[in-house]
Design a protein around this ligand. Structure first.
Ligand SMILES: [Zn+2]
Length: 269
């Protein structure tokens, strides 16, 4: 299944796929259009032929050819796969039709798992996380709690995590689609959304990591938001995920009530 999803992606150029739906104008290394997903007069919908992804700097929608067709046509991943397979002149194998969406999900889940592991390692076992660890312990949160919730810290140098994930065979576009990374128009390389923040994995009921929340540390620049969350991705949809839910659900079932807390911190302290 990996092969056909990737094969189609390699065969089709995102610029020509999107051009079927929207008029794109070339600007430097990118292509621009007015965003089809929100209303605007100045184009902020950007397509990168280099990365084979699109991103709207107005509403934040981003993804690859599959995401675009899914969103534009309002169809499922499988439908988008079939549409694009046809365009690419590729006949989908039966089993692959069923598992392609699962494959994509699995890749992003595996990636998030690695990101959570990396952040957690930095916080608990690396000198780069010492400042953050001292802060958390100072707030009265114990090491067993830090481990239970898999808290982490994203170090100042995003390249460390990029290298770690690249070694694990994740691609640059997967890093971006996971929502943890973004690509700056002005600087080379990827930036980490949670840089220099305490990180909280946001999990579903089965404990799978769908996204993250990041909290600033004392001494951060005053203009930074206290909390930053993953943007909407194929996995993470705001409002569907509650921090600590997989740990809290048994007690929720018993008490038949949930106390919704303001920040992640209130939940664990
Ligand atoms: Zn938009």
């Amino acid at each position: 299944m990996e092969n056909q999803v990737e094969e189609i992606k390699k065969k089709l150029d995102i610029v020509s796929v999107i051009s079927k739906y929207l008029p794109l104008k070339k600007r430097g290394r990118h292509f621009l259009a007015c965003c089809p997903f929100h209303s605007e007069k100045t184009p902020s919908f950007t397509v990168s032929p280099e990365l084979q992804i699109f991103k709207c700097f107005g509403c934040g929608k981003a993804g690859d050819i599959y995401t675009f067709v899914q969103e534009f046509e309002r169809v499922t991943f499988r439908d988008a796969l079939e549409i694009l397979a046809k365009d690419a002149g590729i006949t989908l194998e039966k089993s692959e039709q069923l598992t392609a969406a699962e494959y994509r999900q699995k890749r992003l889940l595996a990636l998030n798992e690695e990101v959570a592991r990396f952040y957690h390692y930095i916080l608990t076992s690396h000198p780069l996380g010492k400042k953050a660890l001292d802060y958390v312990l100072g707030r009265g949160i114990t090491l067993p709690t830090i481990k239970l919730f898999h808290l982490g810290y994203s170090p100042q140098n995003p390249q460390l995590l990029v290298n770690y994930l690249t070694k694990k065979k994740f691609t640059q576009s997967e890093l971006i689609l996971s929502g943890t990374f973004g690509k700056s128009t002005y600087r080379p390389g990827l930036y980490d959304r949670f840089i220099d923040r305490l990180t909280f994995p946001l999990s579903d009921q089965r404990g799978r990591v769908l996204g993250f929340s990041g909290r600033i540390l004392p001494g951060s620049k005053p203009d930074l938001a206290k909390y930053v969350n993953s943007p909407e991705t194929d996995l993470y949809h705001k409002g569907q995920v509650v921090f600590g839910l997989h740990l809290a659900k048994d007690s929720i079932r018993h008490q038949k009530s949930v106390i919704v807390t303001e920040g992640e911190f209130d939940l664990i302290s």
